[in-house]
Each structure stands twice: as C-alpha cells, then as structure tokens.
Design a protein around this ligand. Structure first.
Ligand SMILES: [Zn+2]
Length: 333
C-alpha cells in the first residue's frame, strides 16, 4: 500500500527547499483538492538526517515557531547531511489551533504507525513513520502543554532505552539539548518516539510550558538547546551553534498511574500545590468546588506517590477523568 501523500519537494536534492506535502482530500467545496502540510528540507550531501517536527498537537506553538524560524535561518553550507522540517505535522489540527484534527478527531501522537488507507491523521502518521522517519537517524518532536496543560518550564521527554549503549547515547543527546529536566517514559507504540525507534532513529520530545500561548523565554531556551543538539549530532556547524547547552539536565522517571492525579467529580478545581513543588504520597493536591450546589463541601484530591509536580491542568473547570497533575521522580539509575 503506497501512501497517497505527494511531496512537492525532492528530499534527495541539496540546498534549501520548501513546499507542501499534498494529502488528497475530496470534499464538497473542493472535489479534487488536497490538504497542504508545510514541509522543508535543508540538505548538503551525505551525513546524519534529522526530522524536526512540531504541530503534532495543533495547539502547541513554540515548536511551530521554532521549526519555521530555523528553516528560514539555516544556510545549506552550514549543514552536513539533512534537516527535514515539519512545522505543522497534523496540519488540520494546527490550522484549527486544536490538539486533534477537526476532520477526523485524530490525535496524531496516538496514531502511529498509521494507515496509508485510513483517515487524514492516520495517513499523515504513516507518511511520517514510513517515509520521513525511514530516512532519518534522529527525531526532535517539539511539544508543549497545549491548551489544557501547563508544564513547569522547559522539559524533554524520551522513551526508556532498550540497552546500555542506547541508554548512554540517548542521555548524551538529552544533555546536549540541555533543558533542565528530562523525563524517561516507558515506550508506547502509538507515540512518535516509538515510531522513530521502529525506524532505527533516536528521538527527543520536548514539553514546553503550555496553556495555548507562546512563552518567549521557553522559545529561546528551546532554540538554544536544539541548535546545540544539532551541533553535537554533527549535522549543523556555523554561527548559529552555541558554544554550550543552556544548562544542566536532571533526569526523572515517569513510570505510571501513581504519578498522575485525576478529577473524579465535575466542578472547579483549586490547586493546593504549585509547579516545582516536592510532594509526598497522601498529600492534598487540589480541592474541587461545586458552585452549582453551594452547600456542598469541596472534595479534596490527593497524590498517590511522592515526586516533583511537573505538570498541572490549565483549565479550572473539570470533569471526571480530567488529569489535574502529573509528577516525576528523580532517576537514580
Ligand atoms: Zn503534545
């Protein structure tokens, strides 16, 4: 099964190129139309290939700005190998400013390995995994908290390496990126980072701020880190590469259900801790208030394990099943 997406740019051509990945999309207002997914390439001969991706979730903006900026700024003569730029990976979602695609409800980062005969989101996932990641050795997938979450500053996320050599390589890359915190997660087959692993590529995901806005300080930090990483990989030289990474990286583990706190009532949530706080198991995390039943006392929600508060819900209105906080524990391994 071949993927129906046709690229306007030739990924084997040297130099800087930009255009669209054309995803055929036949609808009432456009019978023979296609969805324009922006794509770019800066290539200069043989060398490492890095896919720089953002807009996997459409309401996460720092990466969309950064990937577009670097496509304009990086001169081909500074590159050894290739940088592929995908600033609005799930284009329909990014165009709408939503986490998921308004066309099919698809969450791209829950859609890998995708399906070339599926919905638009599934077709995009298949193209990223089997066409773009198939030629890359590295993936940088720039996420933020999105509309509904706030992360504590600038963070990186990576899946747990399979063996010791991979582990060391991945940790060196994360340290070269140099954002303050790196969260190690178990692999999840539907995520982009696992798609990268299936294609033999190493991946780093960022989680920057959130709340559906662009925070200039986080944009700067992510830019410096990414440029230093590209220098460390050897795909980029020249004036943009900073001499050192933004800072020291501390490693954390996010291992499962006990690190997450959920609402179990519909209401208004009042956080009782702040991002960056160290908490203990059993400690109160939030109160949920019921202004529609004003005589009802608020319900307190507690943390199930100890750790550092790295992420909280941005919206105060909550329903049963909404994530309020997530924790990370320092990795001593
Ligand atoms: Zn995301």
């Amino acid at each position: 099964m071949t993927n129906p997406i046709r690229s306007e740019i030739d990924f084997d051509a040297d130099g800087r190129h930009a255009g669209y990945l054309r995803l055929p999309h036949s609808v009432h207002r456009s019978a023979y139309g296609w969805l324009p997914i922006p794509v770019g390439s800066v290539r200069n001969g043989a060398g490492p290939v890095v896919l720089l991706m953002a807009g996997n979730h459409g309401d996460e903006y720092e990466g969309q700005v950064l990937v577009s900026q670097l496509l304009r700024e990086i001169e081909p003569q500074w590159v050894r190998g290739q940088l592929i730029f995908l600033p609005m990976a799930n284009f329909p979602a990014a165009e709408a400013g939503q986490r998921t695609s308004p066309l099919d409800g698809g969450n791209l980062n829950r859609s890998f390995p995708g399906n070339p005969q599926g919905t638009p989101t599934e077709v995009i996932a298949d193209y990223i995994e089997n066409t773009l990641l198939a030629r890359a050795q590295y993936l940088v997938d720039l996420h933020s908290g999105g509309s509904s979450l706030l992360y504590h500053g600038a963070n990186m996320l990576a899946i747990e390496p399979e063996d010791e050599a991979q582990n060391e390589r991945l940790r060196a890359l994360l340290s070269a990126f140099g954002l303050p915190r790196a969260f190690l997660h178990p692999a999840n087959r539907v995520h982009s980072s696992t798609a990268a692993r299936r294609q033999g590529a190493l991946s780093i995901v960022t989680e920057l701020g959130g709340g559906g806005i662009v925070q200039p300080a986080l944009l700067r930090e992510a830019r410096q880190g990414l440029l230093h990483l590209l220098g460390a990989i050897g795909v980029l030289t020249g004036p943009l590469v900073p001499e050192r990474a933004p800072g020291e990286t501390h490693f954390f583990r996010v291992s499962g259900a006990a690190h997450y706190v959920y609402a179990y009532e519909r209401g208004v949530y009042e956080p009782l801790v702040a991002l960056g706080d160290q908490v203990q198991a059993g400690q109160a995390a939030a109160r949920i208030h019921f202004p529609d039943t004003p005589l009802r006392e608020p319900v307190t929600v507690a943390f199930a394990s100890a750790g550092e508060v790295v992420c909280q819900r941005a919206f105060a209105a909550v329903q049963r099943g909404d994530c309020l906080f997530h924790l990370a524990e320092p990795d001593n391994g």
